[in-house]
Design a protein around this ligand. Structure first.
Ligand code: SF4
Length: 114
């Protein structure tokens, strides 16, 4: 197997045809195989900041709760630092909190291992 950047197994970007680089762009999460939101209006996941928006947001969270790819969706949203919308059942503030907590836990684990 060909080694990639800095000895990892990641593909080297320079060796790839330009059109293949598009593959790195994250697909909309509704495109994930098994996504529960595939047939749902995407606006549901970007609720307005009003009373109606709260209802819409609750509905989006219900859909995410029953989604088979929720963890993957959440991981992708965290990786992309999504600033808007409901992904993996969490809103942006909840995702930021989760990311901070995971970062702290990871730093603590590294410190403990050293
Ligand atoms: S977790 Fe929610 S936003 Fe993500 S793919 Fe599933 S239904 Fe869609």
């Amino acid at each position: 197997m060909r080694r990639g950047v800095r000895g990892t197994l990641l593909p080297t970007l320079t060796g790839r045809p330009a059109e293949r680089l598009v593959d790195f762009a994250p697909a909309p999460d509704a495109g994930l195989p098994g996504a529960a939101c595939a047939e749902v209006d995407p606006d549901l996941f970007f609720p307005a900041d009003d009373e109606a928006g709260e209802f819409v947001e609750r509905r989006a969270r219900q859909i995410c709760a029953g989604c088979a790819v929720r963890e993957m969706c959440l991981a992708l949203a965290l990786k992309r630092s999504e600033q808007h919308g409901i992904f993996g059942g969490l809103d942006p503030a909840e995702r930021r909190t989760l990311a901070r907590r995971r970062y702290r836990e990871s730093a603590r684990a590294k410190k403990g291992a050293a």
